[in-house]
Design a protein around this ligand. Structure first.
Ligand SMILES: [Zn+2]
Length: 159
């Protein structure tokens, strides 16, 4: 396994040019301890990098070109934040509709309060959560329930 562990080295400059949402959650391992993310490779067209985050130790591994050469890459820097976004979305998805709506109203208030208090970092974090809650709400209320099939298809398929 040619994985490279995130060292205690300084944050790479590339981390400033990237965001956690560029890491797409793929899966958890069978034990639910390692989260795997995918991201588009900057070095090889059509290829993807795989980044792993140990949820217990917060240790990261990456299979990108930079990590191959021993560098701490932006994938590893943003992996924990990417996981927090996934976990938060799951939390929203598990809320019933009334709870989700109340949560969304609270978040909107937090955003306004933080903006009024000139706390742009807090406001941005709350806005990000609000966007996720809104997206989950939108998906839920627009979900189409399939109609019962209006006729028996067996004769059509047999023809
Ligand atoms: Zn990497």
């Amino acid at each position: 396994m040619s994985a490279t562990t995130a060292a205690t080295t300084a944050m790479p400059q590339s981390a400033l040019r990237h965001t956690p949402d560029e890491l797409t959650f793929v899966t958890l391992d069978a034990a639910g301890e390692i989260a795997y993310f995918r991201s588009v490779s900057q070095h090889k067209a059509g290829a993807h990098n795989v980044t792993a985050l140990d949820l217990d130790t917060q240790e990261t591994f990456c299979f990108c070109r930079g990590a191959e050469f021993g560098h701490t890459c932006w994938h590893q820097v943003h992996a924990a934040a990417a996981w927090r976004a996934v976990a938060y979305r799951v939390r929203c998805e598990r809320m019933d509709l009334a709870t989700l709506e109340a949560h969304g109203h609270s978040l909107a208030k937090y955003v306004l309060d933080a903006e009024r208090a000139h706390q742009p970092y807090v406001a941005a974090q709350m806005r990000e959560r609000l966007d996720t809650a809104r997206q989950v709400w939108r998906e839920r209320v627009t979900r189409v329930t399939p109609l019962p099939f209006p006729f028996d298809s067996a004769p059509l398929l047999a023809a």
